[in-house]
Ligand binder design. Structure first.
Ligand code: GLY
Length: 605
């Protein structure tokens, strides 16, 4: 099935922040519900050997996202995120001559305005880039524990874990997003911060129309946000802003304007820092001016692994994303080919590989500035061979036989956000950013207009006890002042066998980030699905403990479920797993696809 077949040609005028009108290839998903026009391209010459022909996928009858849909196509540039407005900001910056890094930073700041449940300046994240000249880099702007943080700060007098690592002023790590995005722009961008931040400033100052996805998110957050601040732009007079209303954020616009004019110092040292510290003091938080002034992002070497000759660049610790993805995919690579997608054996092998990789993730990974991390061993093919040898074809291995402990998925994870950007030169940016929980700690900084993270919960607040996502982690990820909490974020760039960018991908969803991102990659590389099918395919998740294979409702036929039970898998059903945003190179350009289970926009030209 040629991926470029059958697209309709249409130039969709999209109003942008400064009243500019650009013809853009653009699709929104899950927001307007409309099947909007897509930019079309002539079919490219068949047979680009680096991108083997796609193969039609088949999904179970009961699955709600049938195969055969199409992604958005654009010949030159593409930006995909959970916010159509933020994706449009990125495309517009590239239209003005910016590269993918300029565009990604514009997108990141715009998301802090238009997707405030996860887009942020009060949180942190990770970016992996691959420049067209072959340079690769990763930047870690994860939050750090405040200097006054202590190992047992979330335990009550009886030694029981409280919810203070999740809600309220004590839950925040020192935000890294502003410093990280500014450092990325300075090293790899071409435009000044003041220019790339204009879309975000305009969106905050002039407002934008709240769609149903954002309205739903605001409504769900009412209790946790109004508890700390009764009136915010999301909750005027304490009531949730409905779909169709205009969200105007004057305080946030002022903050963004200050950062645009003065750089990150405005956030870490100026009046914005004063507002943040005042908010902390008002609510009993421990984050100080000294914490803010001391924050530094860290440049890192991406995890570079291969899968059947394709290259994978992903995020090293302090995120577990790249290592765990590499480990699981290395295990699967030991099989000459994987079984057909969706077969019982496929679910068994893929689940078993994840189970083993997560055992190591939860026991061995943490901030490398504080604990030794055996990166080379965990990502080696030799080690993967040993792990693969422990997978039986006829029996699911109980996690307790492999290692003593690890993780529990408490609920369908809903938080974080990922965006992917490529430009006409082939520069590629993958960024995942988060406040942790949707709407973070629930605390909105008065006067400065942004939400704060509850990233402290990603530490093992009580080693051996589950965190918000059920992850049971060890002593290596215990709280220490200045330490980065372990993450699962997995911004990833896949290179084809000619070393050109093939996929730019990543996800939101706690531990399921790792399994969701790698399944989209497997679907493209191993099962040769189109990007749309790779994104719509039912997903599965295993994280060692609970010792169960989690699957999406309707995504596995009853007979396959019976087979999986037959070999000993405990099965757990959720409505939906993971929120992925991806771009894939195709003949003649790029395809972009926001998560079909959630909302978002792919915008290009
Ligand atoms: N806050 C989720 C993660 O970093 O994995």
């Amino acid at each position: 099935m040629p991926v470029t077949a059958g697209r309709r040609r249409s130039a969709l005028p999209l109003a942008l922040w400064a009243g500019l009108l650009f013809p853009l290839a653009c699709a929104r998903s899950g927001r307007s519900g409309a099947d909007e026009p897509r930019f079309d391209a002539p079919s490219g010459p068949p047979g680009d050997p680096a991108i083997p022909a796609r193969v039609a996928a088949a999904f179970p009858d009961a699955w709600r996202l049938p195969a055969g849909a199409r992604a958005t196509f654009a010949p030159q540039v593409m930006a995909v995120s959970n916010s159509p407005e933020a994706s449009a900001a990125a495309a517009a910056i590239m239209r003005e001559g910016g590269n993918a890094v300029d565009a990604a930073v514009a997108l990141g700041f715009a998301l802090a305005v238009t997707w405030p449940e996860a887009g942020n300046i009060g949180g942190g994240g990770y970016t992996v880039i691959r420049m067209a000249d072959g340079r690769v880099a990763a930047i870690d702007y994860r939050e750090i524990a405040p200097l006054a943080a202590t190992r047992d700060m979330y335990l009550d007098a009886n030694g029981n874990l409280t919810d203070k690592s999740v809600y309220g002023h004590l839950a925040s790590g020192v935000p890294g997003a502003v410093a990280g995005m500014a450092a990325l722009l300075e090293r790899y961008g071409t435009m000044p911060l003041s220019r790339v931040m204009q879309p975000a400033i305009a969106l905050a100052r002039d407002g934008f129309v709240v769609d149903t996805a954002l309205a739903g998110s605001i409504a769900r957050a009412r209790g946790m946000v109004t508890r700390y601040q009764p009136e915010t732009p999301y909750f005027p007079k304490g009531e949730a802003l409905p779909a169709g209303a205009r969200l105007v954020q004057p305080d946030l616009a002022r903050t963004l304007q200050a950062i645009a004019e003065q750089g990150p110092a405005a956030f870490y040292r100026g009046w914005v820092a004063d507002s943040l510290v005042a908010e902390m003091q008002r609510g009993g938080g421990i984050l100080t001016r000294q914490d803010l002034q001391g924050y530094q992002p860290v440049w890192r070497t991406p995890i570079h692994t291969t899968y059947r000759g394709y290259g994978l660049l992903s995020m090293p610790p302090s995120s577990s994303g790249g290592v765990t993805t590499a480990e699981a995919m290395n295990v699967l690579e030991q099989y000459p080919t994987l079984p057909p997608y969706g077969s019982a054996r496929w679910f068994h092998l893929v689940g078993s590989a994840y189970q083993r990789a997560f055992i190591d993730r939860n026991a061995k990974l943490a901030d490398p500035a504080f604990v030794p991390v055996p990166l080379a061993q965990l990502t080696s093919k030799t080690y993967a061979k040993r792990l693969q040898a422990t997978i039986s074809e006829t029996r699911a291995t109980p996690t307790r036989e492999l290692e003593p402990q690890m993780a529990q998925a408490a609920r369908e994870p809903e938080h974080t956000t990922h965006y992917s950007v490529v430009d006409a030169r082939g520069n590629a940016v993958a960024t995942t950013t988060t406040l942790n929980n949707s709407w973070g700690s629930g605390v909105w900084v008065r006067g400065a207009g942004f939400m704060l993270n509850d990233e402290m919960d990603d530490f093992a607040a009580q080693p051996g006890k589950p965190n918000m996502f059920g992850l049971v982690q060890g002593e290596q990820n215990a709280i220490q002042p200045g330490k980065r909490m372990l993450s699962a974020m997995s911004p990833t760039i896949v290179l084809d066998r000619n070393n050109q960018v093939l996929l730019v991908v990543g996800a939101a969803g706690g531990p399921t980030i790792i399994t969701g991102t790698s399944q989209v990659i497997l679907n493209v590389l191993e099962h040769r699905m189109s990007l749309a099918d790779a994104m719509r395919a039912p997903r599965v998740h295993h994280q060692a403990l609970p010792d169960s294979l989690t699957f999406e409702r309707g995504g596995i036929p009853p007979a396959v479920l019976d087979s999986l039970r037959g070999v000993g898998h405990a099965l757990r059903e959720l409505r939906s797993l993971v929120n992925v945003n991806a771009i894939m190179r195709v003949n003649g350009g790029w395809e972009g696809m926001p998560e079909p289970r959630r909302s978002g926009g792919a915008v290009g030209y």
